[in-house]
Design a protein around this ligand. Sequence first.
Ligand code: ADP
Length: 242
Amino acid sequence: MTDASLVVTDLHVEFSGFVAVGGVSFDAHPGEVRFLIGPNGAGKTTCIDAITGLTRATGSARLGGKELLGRPVHKIVRLGVGRTFQTASVFDELTVLQNLDIAAGRHRRSASLLRARRGTDGSIEQALEETGLAGEFATPSGILSHGQKQWLEIAMLLVQDAKVLLLDEPVAGMSQDERTATGELLQRIAAKRIVLVVEHDMDFMRRFATRVTVLHQGRVLSQGAVAEVQADPKVQEVYLGT
Ligand code: ADP
């Protein structure tokens, strides 16, 4: 564990008395590709919603020692928490570069009005290289492949200098080659940042996860290294079915 870790402790979310997340604890830190898995309705998205300030929760979610719960969404973003959704939310009519410029500008404006929208720090170029989109900078985002759109969303988080990337089913709908490219991209990003992936795809999880937390009915069923979790009879019974 490092000072840069994301530490979630006893997270609890209720919707009108229904316990969607009932005391979930896990941590994630740079250097690992961390997975949160579980069947539909297990509470994965609700955990991410709580960490990003979209849903009220009790317990604690600390990033680098700073409490995230109870802060408004924009402050949580400013502390370095970035998120993608299952459906890519890029501006289709704008080019890849324009989308990145907006993401970077938004961040810089919030960081400092005076340093607005320049891209002079090379972060956009780096993000394009990192995500394999350098050759597509002038392409209208609407004609990118499904995989490329997801990578553009990740690139947008990189130019915003997110310390934590929370990725909701990033490989859903991707080809096998795109899945592999995405897994390798996440491994590179995870060297310096926290990467937490919510995923259904077991094969992708097995190939690229370092540690896994399995949720079931709003609680942690099992967590640890991939091999450990896979061998856990509780997990086999309720989820993996193997
Ligand atoms: P997962 O992401 O693991 O599929 P979710 O976190 O989306 O699961 O949902 C966990 C549980 O909470 C489900 O039973 C879901 O129906 C319920 N739930 C999620 N959001 C709400 C909401 N806004 N109001 C009421 N119930 C919700």
